[in-house]
Design a protein around this ligand. Structure first.
Ligand SMILES: [Zn+2]
Length: 202
C-alpha cells in the first residue's frame, strides 16, 4: 500500500498539549514560542522543532514537558493522535511503508496487531537495507556505519551511535544530540553535510 504524498506541511495542536506542542503532517514535532515560569520569573522561549532520539526498538521518541509535567513519547503516537484521533481500543499504529522512522501522518494508520506485523515483515527488512540516511539525515555511507552492525547486515548510523553514547555519559556539554552527531559525522567521513542531508532533518 502506497501512502499518498503530501506537499504541504500542516501543523496541528497535539491533543492534551494545546498551546505548547504541535505535530506536523510530515511527522515533525515542535514546541511553540511562549512565556514560561522559571524560578518565579517569566521567560520567553522560542519556537523549536524537537530533535527526536531513536529508541532501541527503532521508533523515534521525544520528550514533552510543560509546567512540571514531563512525558517521553513516541513520535508516531503523537502524530497519529493528532491527525487520526484517539487510538481505538486494542489497535496498534501501522507504518504503511514499513519504515518505523517515517512518521508522516499519511504513512500512519490504526490497525490490528497482525496488520502491523505484516507491514514490518512486508517492507521492514527491505526498508532497512534500502535506507540511505539515518533519521537525523546523515548519509549511511561506509565510514559512517557501525561496523559490528554492518557485519550483520544492519545499517546503523555511527555518528548518531557515538552521540548517544556521549549523551549516556552525560557529556554533551550543552550541545544537542543532533549537534554532537553532526560533528561525529564530519569526523568519520571527512565530509561536510550537504544541503540534501540537512534538509531531511530540519
Ligand atoms: Zn545519524
Amino acid at each position: 500500500m502506497k501512502p499518498s504524498v503530501e506537499l504541504q506541511e500542516v501543523w496541528r495542536a497535539v491533543p492534551g498539549w494545546e498551546g505548547v506542542y504541535e505535530a506536523s503532517s510530515f511527522g515533525r514535532i515542535r514546541s511553540l514560542g511562549r512565556i514560561v515560569q522559571r524560578g518565579g520569573r517569566d521567560m520567553r522561549v522560542r519556537e523549536k522543532i524537537l530533535a527526536p532520539n531513536v529508541h532501541h526498538s527503532g521508533y523515534l521518541r521525544v520528550n514533552l514537558s510543560h509546567n512540571g509535567r514531563r512525558s517521553e513519547q513516541l513520535v508516531h503516537w503523537i502524530v497519529a493522535a493528532t491527525f487520526h484521533g484517539e487510538r481505538p481500543l486494542g489497535m496498534e499504529i501501522r507504518h504503511l511503508d514499513g519504515d518505523q522512522t517515517n512518521n508522516a501522518a499519511a504513512n500512519l494508520r490504526y490497525g490490528t496487531s497482525r496488520e502491523n506485523k505484516n507491514d514490518i515483515k512486508g517492507h521492514g527488512t527491505h526498508a532497512m537495507r534500502a535506507r540511505t540516511h539515518c533519521p537525523f539525515g546523515h548519509p549511511l555511507v561506509g565510514s559512517n556505519l557501525v561496523k559490528s552492525e554492518a557485519r550483520r547486515g544492519h545499517r546503523k548510523c555511527r555518528a548518531c551511535n557515538s552521540a548517544h553514547a556521549r549523551a549516556h555519559r552525560n557529556e554533551l556539554r550543552g550541545q544537542t544530540l543532533k549537534q554532537a552527531a553532526d560533528q561525529y559525522y564530519i569526523e568519520y567521513t571527512m565530509a561536510p553535510l550537504t544541503h540534501r542531508s540537512l534538509e531531511r532533518t530540519t
